[in-house]
Design a protein around this ligand. Structure first.
Ligand SMILES: [Ca+2]
Ligand SMILES: [Ca+2]
Ligand SMILES: [Ca+2]
Length: 166
């Protein structure tokens, strides 16, 4: 499987009762939208694991620049509309953001230091929904769980928005 880990479930299970209630389940589906520190921290951990090509447990500038930066560029631009750096090189804004994130100045980004941008670098919900659908097929679930997942995968979660449109 790869993408799904028990850690993801556990990180979503805010009250640690081994089940996901609706809020927790929503966090599980949309971790980058979650406000749960536990879940966001898990996301950061996953991100470091994914980007950490030299396996030192942190993200150095190269790992950041060649992996993460493309995904967070917009974040940087939003923040610095007024004094936008030149487009000559992407490396300069990348270094700027990197140094902003590197709070302790050790030139490595730890899990904690990724927290401010984790919502920007996480895979899209569409990606998640697909992976999740693949996962569901192979797993036994409670009926409530399956119902919730089916609602989400089929797009019924957008019911509220549709009502507003009408
Ligand atoms: Ca729970
Ligand atoms: Ca590394
Ligand atoms: Ca650091």
């Amino acid at each position: 499987m790869g993408w799904w880990k028990e850690e993801h479930f556990n990180a979503s299970d805010a009250n640690s009762d081994g089940l996901l209630n609706i809020t927790e389940f929503n966090d599980f589906l949309h971790p980058s939208d979650s406000k749960s520190p536990k879940l966001l921290h898990w996301l950061c951990k996953e991100e470091v694991r994914e980007r950490d090509t030299d396996r030192d447990g942190k993200v150095n500038f190269d790992e950041f620049f060649h992996g993460l930066f493309d995904l967070v560029r917009n974040y940087d631009e939003e923040d610095h509309n007024s004094s936008h750096p030149s487009h000559d090189s992407l490396e300069s804004p990348a270094r700027h953001l990197f140094s902003q994130l590197d709070k302790d100045g050790d030139r490595l980004l730890s899990e904690e230091e990724l927290l401010p941008i984790i919502g920007k670098i996480h895979p899209s919900e569409r990606y998640y929904a697909k992976q999740q659908a693949d996962y569901i097929i192979s797993q036994p679930m409670t009926s409530e769980w399956c119902f919730m997942v089916a609602m989400d995968v089929l797009g019924f979660q957008n019911g509220e928005e549709e009502e507003q449109v009408l």
